[in-house]
Design a protein around this ligand. Structure first.
Ligand SMILES: [Zn+2]
Length: 288
């Protein structure tokens, strides 16, 4: 789907085996930036290469022109196909320094953040060619630049990208919309990052990994909605922690998902990890 003169969105569906009897249907967006060359933000899950290449060819472009892959972060549904795309096109891979280890060593990522079905979602480790930091501006073409905003919270090294000339902000997983599966490492940082993005001027289109493109007029509502949702999650964790035993993390997770009136498929190790991160911060405040 063409979004602006130079930016295209590709929605990639995939399935996650949460447990032997539970399969979650998910999707992730990959964005294709076209100019004299081609640049990708994220690569979808393992096996997405064909969809990405078919799309690029369908718009009359050449896959050999994929110069770089700008990762928003290291999670499986973002780095999944980076290995084969890099191998085939010789593309350079860029990411924030705090995500580098998990891109270059996916076994380490799987051990430290064991997402269900991890091995099926990622093709393998990928060598990072360049490190991005907050404020970096990468000149893609004469009239096309990519500015990096460090937006931690969802993960430590999550970044968002502003393509100023097109009025487009690519936020990866940094903006959690209401009723989406709560996945983040630090709630306070997530809120700060949304507020940071909210202050960027002249954003006409917001492109996230988990949501359909959002146009000017709705964008501020999306940011507000995200902060409200994150605040509700914090309150739910506080409420459940005050009355239930928190020692069984899956039971604790189940109670919070129910408190938030979210679907039961969201009771899983990923959200359990999210709620434990919030709980840890609350317990720190109590003991300080
Ligand atoms: Zn993620």
């Amino acid at each position: 789907m063409k979004i602006t003169k130079n930016i295209h969105a590709l929605k990639i569906p995939f399935k996650v085996n949460i447990s032997p009897d539970k399969i979650a249907e998910r999707f992730v967006y990959v964005y294709i930036i076209c100019g004299k060359k081609i640049w990708l933000t994220d690569t979808g899950v393992a096996g997405s290469k064909k969809m990405i290449f078919d799309y690029i060819e369908s718009i009359g472009k050449n896959i050999a022109d994929i110069e770089s892959i700008f990762l928003t972060h290291s999670h499986p549904d973002h780095i999944g196909s980076a290995k084969s795309i890099k191998q085939e096109c010789g593309s350079k891979v860029y990411v924030h320094c705090l995500e580098r280890n998990w891109v270059e060593d996916v076994d380490l990522q799987c051990a430290q953040r064991p997402v269900p079905g991890f091995k099926n979602l990622v093709e393998g480790s990928v060598k990072v060619d360049g490190i991005l930091k907050d404020g970096d501006i990468v000149n893609l073409d004469e009239n096309l630049s990519l500015r990096v905003f460090h937006t931690p919270g969802h993960s430590n090294g999550s970044v968002s990208y502003l393509i100023k000339e097109e009025g487009v902000l690519l936020c990866g997983d940094s903006v959690l919309s209401s009723n989406q599966m709560p996945v983040f490492d630090d709630l306070a940082e997530s809120i700060n990052s949304v507020k940071k993005l909210e202050k960027i001027n002249d954003v006409e289109i917001l492109l996230s990994s988990w949501d359909d493109p959002c146009k000017n007029g709705q964008i501020q509502d999306v940011f507000k909605d995200s902060v409200d949702y994150l605040t509700r999650i914090q309150q739910a964790v506080q409420k459940v922690a005050a009355k239930e035993n928190t020692s069984d993390s899956m039971e604790f997770c189940k109670n919070i998902i129910s408190e938030l009136k979210l679907p039961s498929v969201m009771v899983n190790p990923i959200t359990a990890r999210t709620f434990q991160s919030v709980l840890k911060k609350i317990q720190c405040v109590y003991t300080e």
